[in-house]
Design a protein. Sequence first.
Lengths: 232, 572
Amino acid sequence: MNILIVEDESRIAKRIERMTRAIYGNTLQSLKHSNTLYDALNYIENNALDLVFLDLNLNGHNGFDLLTTAVSESFHTIIISAYKDQAITAFEYGVLDFIPKPFNQNRLEQALNRITIKEKKVTNTIKFLAVKKRHKVQLVPIENVLYIKGAGTYTELFLADGKRELHDKSLEKLEQLLSFSFERVHKSYLVKLSEIQEITVASGSKYMAELKNGVHIPVGRTKYKDLKAKWL
Amino acid sequence: MLSLHVLKQMKVILRPLSFFLFICLMLLVTSCTPERSISKRYRTVFKIGDQSEWATKAFNDQNWDKRLWFVPGGQVFWSRTKIDILKAPDSLKPFGVYLHAYGEYEVFWDGELIGKNGNPGQEATLGKVGKMWTTYRIPAHLTKKGAHVLALRSSLLYFPDHTRIAQLEIDYYDNLLTNQTIESSYMHLFAGAFLIAFFYFLFLFLSDKKEYATLIFGICCFLFFALILAEFVKAYLPIHYSQHVERLKVIGALMFGISFLIPFYFSMQFPFRKRKLLFTIYAGILLYIFLSRYVFELTANNMVLSMWLFSFGIVAFGVYKKVKGARIVLLTLLLYVPISLVTPFNKSLFVGFSLILLGMFYLLSLRIKEQRLAYETSLVQSTRLRLELLKKNIQPHFLMNTLTSLIDWVEETPKKGVLFIEALAKEFDLFNQIENETSIPITQEIALCRAHLEIMEYRKEINYYWEEEGIDTQQKIPPGILHTLLENGITHSLPLEGNSIRFKLIYESNTDYKCYTFLTFATPLRQEIGTKKEGTGLKYIKARLTESYHDKWDFSSGPVDHGWKNTVKIYS
């Protein structure tokens, strides 16, 4: 596990660090603390990360610019903030969790559990997927996404208008964020349930899901029963 | 809101009121110019000398002078005026003659002595007797329809060149007396209104000594009151002809004052550049007109004319600049023109001045309304600032971060946690003391800053140092200004080597200003793009400075080599 803590309050950063170490123990590979935006962005660019703890109000600046950058990256983002009213927006942007200050170890553990345990409980809805473009981050509304195909460490988003976008997050991570409306029908596919028109059995007992726009998506043998149950 | 409502109502009432006043004034103008055709007056002729037959109706005065320029040494001279009576009076209602003439004289009607005003020819020995405005009864048997002669046996010791009869009027004796009384009583009522207005605005000024417009308007009211009194006092105060010039001088001086103050007042309401220069010139023009020895009426006329021209220019400028109320005032000034054309000068003067004063009054009421609104806004602003100050300690960023750190300290090292709580309690306590104030002792503000630094040390685990230089402990400052600067300093800086940040407050003062310099010695944060917007903290500081010092302050804030520098200058 590689973790970055972006927090300008030294005492709080140390608290997060201490608790994270206590939770992960030996599984923690690296843990870094940044107290400025610049420092943090630099570190993100040059290091592989699994998780970032992010304070939205860094040195008096509104952290939403940083937030859109963060959520477009391959790692999960957990917000730790004094402003509870930012939670809804943060979730819409696609953060894994929002921890309001002050917090204790239990709350931190609960958030970290979301990474490892596939949580089905639908609490908050993500509205956008942040996609990195050449110079900026673009927000793709979830309602435009039909299905997602895994492509190594990246994923490919297939949109309603026929366009495709690349996302830095893995299919597993997106599944965690999108579990309320998307279903992992195949090891390489994540499909929006409401887009499935029919589930067919092709020759060689291959299962296929036909989408409303006519595209056929393979369905994993093990996933078929689950999908059928949910879809019906 | 209530007062606004009242103001609106007042405005509704004032509009018809001003129309009503205007109509009253017009009525006054028309009623003062009566058209009577009881008699017809012929040209008056003069002759120096003293013969009793000069009084008789039959005397032939054909070779008498049409004009007598000079009668030196208080000699006796005669004047004869032929008068046709066009309509005989009703029975038992005698005619009278009203005279406005210089000198002491005896009045003869068709050779019969009907009245005496002083002692002609004996002025030097018997002293000043008589008055300038007189009314005499004409015996009923001498007022038959037809030609008559009014002869005056006069002497002019004090003004040997004033041999004219300024006014001569024949009417029923009763009417002559009552008309004067009515006129003067109305004008005195009028004067009383302006006297009350003067007292009202004087007291208004005394309660707020910065409002010079109120004072000037009040003075105008008083001068106008005095002017009316000086003009109409003749109805009951006997003024000897030798004192007449003194009275005119008084009137002239009053008009000088009014003529200067009215445009001056307008210039306060519709300000423009180079006011001082223009008014020095204007005062010069007025003084020249006032001091140059012309006929009184001409002098007054010139003063009123320059007053009108000057006011018109200023108000027209106000209209051009779209100042509220300028149009209505311009209208009152324009109304003066037709009034002055149709009525005699001494009437139009009062009507015109009243109109202009009404316009000034309207402007004043507009300004008072504006001030009231401004005051209400400032109250709201003060409340907002108070809330802003209160919010400092309960806004989530401060409170939640502090509490999170506090929990951590309590969990890890409880003893330090207690110290942290004490520091927090100190800052809260200080905030409670100052929350209602608009200015607090500098020492209190410094204590607040020190308490804040203590808290931040626990939170940020950076060594903060506070230094002072030249602090005058007697000085006061609006609350939360240094505190806000300190907060900004903490938020936007990174510690120097050795994990420390130093703050320094320097106080300097001289006769012109007091200056606080607040320095942060730290590593500046790399400036992110798009963060140029002025923060709420700086807005708070500026609003507080404006609240306490209006526009007599300066604030600057910017990066320097060693960190950050803020200066607050307060001008005296």
